[in-house]
Design a protein around this ligand. Structure first.
Ligand code: HEM
Length: 453
């Protein structure tokens, strides 16, 4: 069966009128679980049903890869790093890096996550005193950028954290701009091209310096961070270490993939809590009862299941990566429709996770969906905020640990309130975002110990 869908003009007008995210939702309502858009010679196939997620990422995964859809990201941003690599290189690197990111492996970073969280507590205490409005999205990006850079490079220098953050942001903006606007040759000396080149040189130079400093040191004195782990890793077959270029690409990839997504998740968490007082009350009750004002630890997180349920529900309703794409190598069928070779299949955590057949009251924020029993009863591919199958996000444990710790630390002490009358404007710009930011005023709260039994 042929896949239905709008023509290019309809699609462009629709996106212009209501934005990509909202328009795709309208197409879903109009055409059902599989529809397509043709843009020039490219065909984008949107597949919203959990069974399609399973087929593309697991049972027929040999037919789907990160091919032409990733060309721009590969060329301008991530090189051969894990997000964009394919084939044997990807397999080797994934195997090599997987042990760093197991639930146990990421616990090595809990202490630095807590330290950065405590710094934020001090900063927010000042904000709470002055009652000045703050941009929560920026607060969250700063803390997650700092955490990932420390986890990678043990960098404590605020200046290099800020430099790296803004240079990588320039590179991200350039790579996504090249996907969506007219392809002006990248060698022309335009302002955009120049800014991109400067940013890339800066990032590469910074990483080259850190690697050189480390090489000049005795290995026994290397700090225990991700870069040291990458530098010490040896290929199982050849026994060779990673090349300098690959070390650099993996470092940029980890920074790119490892902070913005968690920052967005935390930002949306503050929005969800401010809009759902009942969930906030339950969260406060758990934090006060279990922590009674103490700092969270990896040990005490086990006693904070509701805090984690809040995060999982935020990742359902507001997944930081609302779409991800795989290119079809050969022909396939999804939901009875014919997928042509070369099509780019767009899977969508944002819409699958709101599918009426799989979620009751899908638009309602309800952390109770994530009790053990209810989670076990879900279709296993109806929820895929970290993608699925063998290319599932390698950093998911890192991210969940970070969000769990930060939320426990901050929500214990503060209640950020939305600006009166504020309505968020959700947009898709690579990641899910808020076009109008998230202005909030931070109020201090005192931990209330649970009443005696
Ligand atoms: C809430 C936070 C996060 C979300 C929602 C998220 C989501 C995702 C998604 C959807 C993918 C698949 C992309 C694709 O296939 O096109 C992915 C891949 C990846 N993520 Fe994450 N991610 C998060 C945090 C992190 C963190 C903290 C790190 C690193 C510390 C990380 C590193 C990676 C890497 C390296 C890949 C590529 C894996 C591979 O292809 O083998 N992510 N992530």
């Amino acid at each position: 069966m042929k896949i239905p869908g709008p023509n290019l003009l309809q699609f462009m007008n629709g996106v212009r009128a209501v934005g990509f995210l909202e328009y795709v939702g309208r197409l879903w309502r109009e055409y059902g679980d599989v529809f397509r858009v043709r843009i020039g010679r490219r065909t984008l196939v949107f597949a919203m049903h959990p069974d399609a997620v399973e087929r593309v990422t697991v049972s027929n995964r040999q037919n789907y890869d990160k091919l032409h859809s990733y060309d721009s990201v590969r060329k301008y941003l991530l090189g051969d790093g894990l997000v964009a690599s394919t084939g044997e290189l990807w397999r080797r690197q994934r195997k090599l890096m997987a042990p760093f990111y197991t639930p146990k492996g990421v616990q090595a970073y809990a202490a630095l996550m807590i330290r950065d969280g405590e710094r934020l507590v001090d900063r927010w205490s000042d904000f709470a005193r002055s009652q000045r409005e703050v941009e929560i999205a920026e607060e969250m990006t700063d803390v997650t950028a700092s955490i990932i850079l420390k986890a990678m490079f043990s960098s404590e220098s605020v200046e290099s954290i800020q430099q790296m953050k803004s240079a990588v942001e320039t590179m991200i903006a350039y790579a996504s701009d090249r996907l969506t606007s007219l392809p002006i040759p990248d060698w022309l000396p335009t302002a955009k091209n120049r800014r991109y080149r400067e940013a890339r040189t800066m990032v590469h130079e910074l990483i080259r310096r850190v690697i050189a400093e480390r090489r000049a040191m005795d290995e026994s004195r290397w700090p225990d961070d991700l870069l040291s782990k990458l530098m010490k890793a040896r290929d199982e077959e050849t026994g060779r270490p990673m090349s300098e270029a690959l070390l650099r690409d993996e470092s940029v990839t980890t920074f790119f993939a490892g902070h913005e997504t968690t920052a967005r998740t935390m930002t949306f968490t503050w929005y969800a809590l401010a809009s759902n007082p009942d969930a906030t009350a339950r969260l406060h009750e758990e934090l006060d009862r279990e922590l009674a004002g103490a700092l969270p630890t990896t040990e005490s997180l086990r006693r904070l299941p509701y805090t984690l349920q809040v995060i999982k529900e935020v990742l359902r309703l507001y997944p930081a990566a609302p779409f991800y794409v795989r290119d079809a190598i050969g022909a396939d069928q999804l939901g009875g429709f014919d997928v042509e070779p070369g099509s780019s299949v767009m899977l969508s955590p944002y819409y699958t996770q709101r599918h009426r057949k799989f979620w009751t009251n899908p638009e309602t924020f309800d952390p109770d969906r994530w009790t053990k029993e209810r989670e076990a009863a879900q279709h296993p591919f109806a929820y895929h905020p970290f993608a699925a199958g063998q290319r599932i996000c390698i950093g998911n444990n890192f991210s969940l640990l970070e969000s769990h710790l930060l939320l426990a630390l901050l929500a214990q002490r503060f209640t950020p309130a939305l600006r009166a009358g504020f309505t968020p404007r959700w947009v898709m710009s690579g990641t899910l975002g808020l076009a109008n930011g998230l202005p909030m005023v931070i109020h201090r709260r005192e931990a209330r110990p649970a009443p005696a039994e």
